[in-house]
Write a protein that binds this ligand. Structure first.
Ligand SMILES: [Zn+2]
Length: 236
């Protein structure tokens, strides 16, 4: 979810409060990286300050875990918008395509594969980048991409925004068949945006997913231990 640090309309504490009031046990704050300049995206310095603020605010709440995350752009050339050092300091890194969406399939695949190979990337967000009735999905060979995600321990998102619903049902089922944990994300830009979760659940059901196959239904410890590079056995 987003906050006023970039293009959200609610502050960190308002989002935490709204999440708590909806019974959520954990959330990830994932504002934009700098490439999304129209959303006032964060560079490394501002991101670290934002995380300090999250640290301070989350300490004021009990009964909910708050991950310090980032929605990091995968640039047109396949590199990430932020460097490895700052990404390594995140609890949760969503890598996404926002620009260069009309590139040929080879280049889109290369970008997604590069992101998946980066050891700090936790998940690919709204993987096809479609906007329903407005923008077609990128040209991507989703089977190749999903196979690579499975190999590298990268999760895949069902973005619950009713304009996205991305992964679609076929792709989400294919990801599930490869054992990839699916996360249903609201991508909320306001407190009310958290209510969009419902549409992501419908999309997951349409794909035939069960609760156990949706990672953010798991207890927080189990979820955190499955984040690539963050499990206790692998962090030493
Ligand atoms: Zn996005």
């Amino acid at each position: 979810m987003h906050t006023t640090a970039t293009d959200g309309t609610a502050t960190i504490s308002e989002m935490i409060l709204a999440a708590k009031s909806r019974g959520l046990k954990y959330i990830a704050i994932t504002d934009h990286s700098k490439r999304v300049s129209m959303a006032n995206g964060l560079d490394a310095d501002r991101l670290r300050l934002h995380w300090q603020e999250i640290d301070k605010v989350r300490g004021q709440f009990s009964g909910i875990e708050v991950l310090r995350g980032i929605e990091c752009d995968i640039l047109e050339d396949g590199t990430l918008d932020l460097d490895d050092q700052v990404l390594s300091e995140a609890d949760w890194v969503i890598a996404v395509l926002h620009y260069g969406l009309r590139q040929p399939q080879e280049q889109i695949d290369l970008r997604l594969l590069n992101a998946i190979r980066n050891p700090h990337v936790s998940i690919i967000g709204h993987p096809s980048a479609r906007i329903i009735n407005k923008r077609p999905p990128v040209a991507w060979s989703f089977e190749t991409i999903l196979k690579s995600a499975a190999e590298h321990g990268v999760m895949m998102e069902i973005n619950a925004s009713y304009q996205r619903l991305d992964l679609d049902d076929i792709q989400a089922a294919a990801a599930r068949d490869l054992g990839i944990p699916i996360v249903i994300s609201t991508d909320a830009h306001s407190t009310g945006g958290l209510d969009g979760m419902e549409y992501g659940v419908y999309q997951a059901r349409r794909a035939g997913l069960t609760k156990a196959e949706v990672a953010n239904t798991w207890p927080f410890e189990d979820f955190r231990n499955r984040i690539r590079g963050k499990s206790p056995s692998r962090s030493t």
